[in-house]
Design a protein around this ligand. Structure first.
Ligand SMILES: Nc1ncnc2c1ncn2[C@@H]1O[C@H](COP(=O)(O)OP(=O)(O)OP(=O)(O)O)[C@@H](O)[C@H]1O
Ligand SMILES: [Mg+2]
Length: 261
């Protein structure tokens, strides 16, 4: 059974896209079949995998609007086993374009259902907002991963996100779970980072992944080479941390197993 995971946090720049790309690459490296869906009009998931922006019809926009067939628009990436449904600038206008259309919350879910048998994981990279795109992602997903940067306002934004999750559960997707919170751009030398980590772990317990993602220049350089960190610098602390989070994700979604199998 496919696992559909949304990477969501309405706060900008917290590491959603970086996490989605690198978890996607890590899962693919351990022989999972992975589709990454870029739901942000900025298109960073696509550019981070070496693609230029797609046109409207060949993107998640056309798929959600019902004018493009999802299967025809999935791209193979340089990472074996990792596919991409790209974004386009038109996604920025989707909120308005969906007005008055039927079932606006279920469009992504219904499109994914037609191709899900080909994948073990479908990862949804959400934009930094709680509009229709994120709602479509949360309605389509079995679970979500919340990337969180350990800084002063981190927890405030979480309350709003959790309210949205509750609303989506109530209206459209009762079985939506929080798979985990991943602490990103972690800097252990920085006292505030550790203080926020303590607060988040006290409030959310085991929901927080054990592995934290260190702030690592190799992670931030990798997208400019069109590669996930794992394929840009395998040994970098960031790439290795993402591999460990991917292992935790497999444990949480599939139960314990030996990933070297
Ligand atoms: N572990 C890391 N170490 C260093 N830089 C990082 C790390 N993770 C993310 N970054 C950098 O931080 C910036 C924001 O990351 P990213 O684009 O993944 O966030 P986002 O939540 O997807 O942003 P948006 O809300 O705009 O979609 C990027 O420039 C990225 O390269
Ligand atoms: Mg992003």
């Amino acid at each position: 059974m496919v696992k559909i995971i949304a990477f969501a946090n309405q706060k900008g720049g917290v590491g959603k896209t970086t996490t989605a790309i690198n978890i996607g690459a890590s899962l693919a490296a351990i022989k999972k079949r992975v589709l990454l869906v870029d739901l942000d009009s900025q298109g960073n998931a696509g550019t981070g995998l070496g693609f230029v922006r797609a046109n409207h019809q060949q993107s998640a926009y056309g798929v959600i609007m019902g004018t493009a067939n999802i299967a025809d628009n999935i791209l193979s990436t340089a990472v074996p086993g990792l596919h991409l449904l790209p974004s386009s600038q038109a996604l920025a206008g989707l909120e308005i374009d969906l007005l008055g259309m039927e079932n606006p919350e279920f469009r992504l879910r219904d499109a994914l259902a037609t191709i899900s048998e080909h994948y073990d994981y479908i990862l949804l990279d959400c934009p930094p907002a709680l509009g229709y795109l994120t709602v479509n992602a949360l309605t389509a997903a079995n679970s979500l991963v919340i990337p969180l940067q350990c800084e002063f306002y981190a927890l405030e934004g979480l309350t709003q996100l959790i309210d949205t999750i509750s609303a989506v559960r109530e209206k459209w997707n009762p079985s939506l779970e929080i798979l985990g919170i991943v602490l990103t751009m972690y800097n252990k030398q920085y006292g505030l980072t550790r203080a926020v980590e303590d607060d988040v772990r006290n409030a959310f317990g085991d929901t927080v992944f054990k592995t934290v993602i260190p702030r690592n220049v190799r992670v931030s350089e990798a997208p400019s080479h069109g590669k996930p960190a794992l394929f840009y610098d395998f040994k970098s602390p960031g790439a290795q941390a993402y591999l460990r989070v991917a292992t935790e994700i497999i444990e949480r979604t599939e139960g314990l197993q030996n990933v070297s199998e």
